[in-house]
Design a protein around this ligand. Structure first.
Ligand SMILES: Cc1cc2nc3c(=O)[nH]c(=O)nc-3n(C[C@H](O)[C@H](O)[C@H](O)COP(=O)(O)OP(=O)(O)OC[C@H]3O[C@@H](n4cnc5c(N)ncnc54)[C@H](O)[C@@H]3O)c2cc1C
Length: 440
């Protein structure tokens, strides 16, 4: 398949720096590909899925190459909200209903392991990425408390899991100083962090482990050649026994109709000027991440230098907004009106991939020579790293955990390449209307 329209990764050309770029020590520039060669494993995309796959495969006698169209961490991995949440994007009630208790428990354990895998890597490679504990899920409606309590009790009873703490109407205001919330539940095993620092730290670890990374080296075409795969860049061909495609929301038509199982969505974040630790802790007492309970969520947290990083709104057309300051700020002021006094110093966005059931899509093509993983549906900070681990286990024949995900039946978004976006957008507009009718 050859690209015909402007490719998604190019939407970031000539953009202003994000707060993360401003805050992170630059990774050394990696060469552009200039020669054709062979590599045992070739990975497309230097986000967390690609980098984690490479790192988990390292030191097993395989040559490993990563090809990145843009720069390391230029996709969602270096742009996201930094909320490192446990579990899957869907709760255990949904998973139990869909898969039965045992499989649901498997996914729950993977979700816990995903976060542990990230924190272990941070410790192992001594990555300074401002890792902080806790995510508070706050309820925008009077009804949410019922769900929070039900979930807590269920997790305690069925999973022997008790690392949640509930906050009622009075107490949630001590935790998050906003008039918007009626209740909350703190996930004590979740974290937040600076995702670009994490991505650079793991990329450094790859380089130290003899993994080659090429930047500004887009892949245009992948060809199945029986015993190997030919990966075409602008002028070069890499011959490889296995290829891992880790392009997530930036995939375009590199894998043909595979992309019709998810929708690429653009989501945006702003960063204020630093407001100081004292005020920051008045707004969010324990400096945890915060996520609200609406369909189109607000998510926010304080950075390592106490800027409020506030994200949430998404656009449903394919057009990428380069300056999202105003429409994100409107939402921030509703939560914390006092923030109107402070300058907004950065705004940026990125593309993520959403599947219909909000579960990640892990699969194969070309007789299992090609492996892909994407569509973490906004919950990919931990899961993309975990997917890299599962991919490595599959390639090294160490476990069948990859296949537990591969067996999930995903539904194609109807409408093919042309009508897929309007059909999906109509559904989003419907759910936004529900948020609106609930006066959220
Ligand atoms: C604004 C925003 C906020 C988010 N917030 C959170 C959050 O708080 N918590 C959470 O858990 N998740 C969050 N996510 C989701 C999370 O960031 C992603 O799920 C995760 O980073 C996906 O990682 P990835 O490596 O699969 O993809 P990406 O990081 O997007 O990497 C894909 C890479 O592939 C490259 N590429 C594409 N095409 C080609 C090609 N043809 N050749 C070579 N390279 C190519 C791209 O340039 C890109 O670098 C957010 C996402 C966004 C956009």
């Amino acid at each position: 398949m050859i690209f015909t329209k402007k490719r998604t990764y190019k939407q970031h050309d000539n953009e202003k720096d994000s707060f993360y770029k401003f805050s992170a020590k630059k990774l050394s520039n990696q060469n552009k590909i200039t020669d054709s060669f062979s590599s045992d494993i070739c990975i497309i995309g230097a986000g967390l899925t690609g980098i984690s796959s490479a790192l988990h495969l390292a030191n097993n006698g395989l040559t490993i190459t990563i090809l990145e169209a843009n720069k390391v961490g230029a996709g969602a991995s270096g742009r996201n909200g930094g909320q490192l949440g446990i579990g899957m994007r869907k709760d255990q009630f949904f998973l139990e209903n869909k898969f039965g208790f045992e499989r649901a428990k498997f996914f729950w354990n993977i979700g816990l392991e995903a976060v542990r895998t990230v924190t272990n890597l941070v410790n192992k490679y001594e990555i300074d990425c401002a890792l902080r504990k806790g995510i508070m899920h706050v309820g925008n409606t009077k009804r949410d408390y019922k769900y929070f309590i039900e979930e807590m009790n269920h997790m305690q009873k069925k999973y022997d899991y008790s690392n949640y703490e509930y906050f009622d109407y009075k107490n949630i205001k001590n935790e998050v100083a906003s008039e918007r919330y009626y209740s909350g539940i703190l996930s004590k095993d979740s974290y937040h962090l600076n995702p670009l620092k994490l991505t650079y730290g793991l990329a450094e670890a790859c380089l130290k482990n003899n993994i080659k990374i090429f930047e500004n080296s887009p892949v245009n075409k992948i060809e199945d050649k029986n015993s190997e795969v030919h990966i075409h860049t602008n002028k070069q061909i890499i011959k490889s026994k296995k290829i891992i495609v880790a392009c997530n929301g930036y995939l375009d038509d590199l894998l043909g109709s595979t992309r019709n199982y998810f929708m690429p969505i653009n989501n945006y974040i702003i960063a204020t000027e630093p407001i100081g630790e004292t005020l920051a802790k008045k707004l969010i007492k324990r400096n945890c991440g915060v996520i609200d309970s609406r369909f189109m969520i607000d998510y926010y947290r304080f950075s390592e230098d106490y800027r409020l990083l506030f994200g949430g709104p998404e656009t449903i057309t394919s057009k990428f907004v380069k300056d999202a300051k105003n429409f994100v700020a409107k939402r921030m002021y509703k939560v914390f009106p006092e923030m109107q006094k402070y300058k907004i110093e950065f705004s940026w966005g990125g593309t993520l991939a959403i599947s219909i059931n909000r579960l990640p899509i892990l699969g194969y093509l070309m007789n299992q020579k090609l492996i892909y993983s994407h569509a973490y549906s906004g919950h990919g900070l931990a899961m993309s790293v975990m997917a890299g681990k599962l991919i490595s286990e599959k390639i090294l024949d160490k476990s069948n955990r990859f296949d537990m995900f591969n067996q999930i039946k995903h539904i194609k978004i109807p409408g093919g390449n042309i009508l897929r976006r309007p059909i999906y957008s109509s559904a989003i507009i419907y759910y936004r209307a529900i948020d609106f009718l609930n006066r959220l």
